[in-house]
Write a protein that binds this ligand. Structure first.
Ligand code: PLP
Length: 386
């Protein structure tokens, strides 16, 4: 029996707070002392910090990652009934926003190795009604943006990137290079507490390079106002609290270190589980390639470490075995979007359905200790050796 660490969780936000408590308390304290709780100074500073960090011209913060998607699509002003191509193997926010705004989600298949939307299937699903492609950089890895942007350029389509799980991931394509969320027409992210850059409540942001689009997004997020009490368009109320911005400014300084810690854990999992891959029990996510020419930018920031069981019928027993050894796991995601009651479509997406039946995500967060990682690896090995 492996000696069991005190307690392992998927994400350990308390441990992270304790580590940066002095900095975070000071940042929050200075907001409390000034009292600029709505659209305060820290919000403007965070937006400018993010622009600099991600090399993007405009950052507009907002209430959460789902609002960020909604604001992005509202700003594009697409016609009712138009089609937006999205993955079905993803979190629901994107499908929800597309439907709420009166557009039709068209579900595309994903690549079985990267779990990311497949550009060939995007190309197959384009019709004369298609107006936008919305790739999701799932689990921290950036989609094949060279191919997606080429399709979009050739067909005159918008690209809305959902980078809620991939902030800080860098795409190094043959034709396009840049951070997740800054490559398409418009990009979004979420600051939900468990995301790679998380605050202590809800938060989100939209990124774009177009001045006119940025202006509209900013107006939309603030009741469509062009100036105080002058409403030019119908907007929403979606703002990031100044207190959350203050927390995020502290954490943004550590984002690279957080992401590198995540990538390090992924490497340790991959090394420790290699035998199970060779024996045909598990399929592991692709890890970061060894850094060339001194570059330290990560292409995969491992929001999740998601493996696949080759015999999917074993997943439930595997999960229970790990749970009994106090190793929590999660299935991201158990039911594809096209099979959900809310978004149902009778399309065949075999790869997506197989993934939903066979994936399992392990605990991964910068605060997971080496002892905990090794205990998780040993417990997994035990399951297959027993
Ligand atoms: C978390 C997440 C969202 C939604 O973000 P919220 O801030 O919770 O609204 C959207 N898309 C993806 C892929 C996510 O992981």
């Amino acid at each position: 029996m492996n000696s069991q660490p005190h307690s392992i969780s998927m994400v350990n936000l308390v441990r992270q707070y304790q580590r940066y408590q002095t900095e975070i308390d000071a940042a929050m304290g200075s907001v409390l002392e000034v009292g600029d709780f709505i659209q305060g100074n820290a919000v403007k500073e965070l937006e400018s910090d993010l622009c600099q960090h991600l090399s993007v011209k405009h950052t507009i913060t907002c209430g959460n990652g789902t609002d960020a998607l909604q604001l992005a699509f509202m700003a594009l002003d697409l016609p009712q009934g138009c089609e937006v191509i999205i993955p079905s193997f993803a979190y629901a926010a994107l499908a929800e926003v597309v439907l709420l705004l009166g557009f039709v989600p068209v579900f595309a298949e994903v690549d079985p190795h990267t779990y990311l939307i497949d550009p060939d299937d995007i190309a197959r699903k384009i019709t004369e009604k298609t107006k936008a492609i919305a790739p999701v950089h799932l689990f921290g890895l950036v989609c094949n943006m060279d191919a997606i942007l080429e399709i979009a350029q050739n067909r005159g389509l918008y690209v809305v990137e959902d980078a809620a799980q991939a902030i800080g991931a860098f795409y190094r394509g043959e034709k396009f290079q840049g951070f997740a969320g800054t490559l398409g027409t418009v990009g979004t992210t979420s600051f939900f507490p468990s995301k790679n850059l998380g605050c202590y409540g809800d938060g989100g942001a939209v990124f774009c390079s177009s001045d006119s689009l940025a202006l509209i997004i900013r107006q939309l997020a603030n009741h469509g106002q062009s100036s105080k009490y002058i409403h030019d368009i119908v907007g929403v109320n979606s703002r990031l609290d100044t207190l959350q911005a203050a927390v995020l400014r502290v954490k943004l300084k550590h984002l690279e270190a957080f992401n590198r810690a995540r990538a390090g854990i992924a490497d340790r999992y991959c090394a420790g589980l290699k035998e199970l891959v060779d024996e045909g029990n598990l399929v592991l996510p692709q890890s970061n390639p060894k850094m060339e020419n001194g570059s330290t930018k990560l292409s995969h920031v491992f929001h999740q470490f998601t493996l696949r069981l080759t015999v999917h019928e074993k997943r439930e027993a595997f999960r229970q075995f790990l749970a009994q050894a106090a190793v929590p796991t999660m299935v991201y995601y158990p039911l594809p979007l096209h099979r959900q009651k809310a978004y149902f479509q009778s399309v065949g997406l075999t790869i997506t359905e197989n993934l939903c039946n066979s994936v399992l995500s392990l605990p991964i967060c910068p605060e997971l200790s080496v002892e905990e990682q090794d205990y998780i690896i040993a417990t997994i090995v035990d399951f297959f050796k027993k």
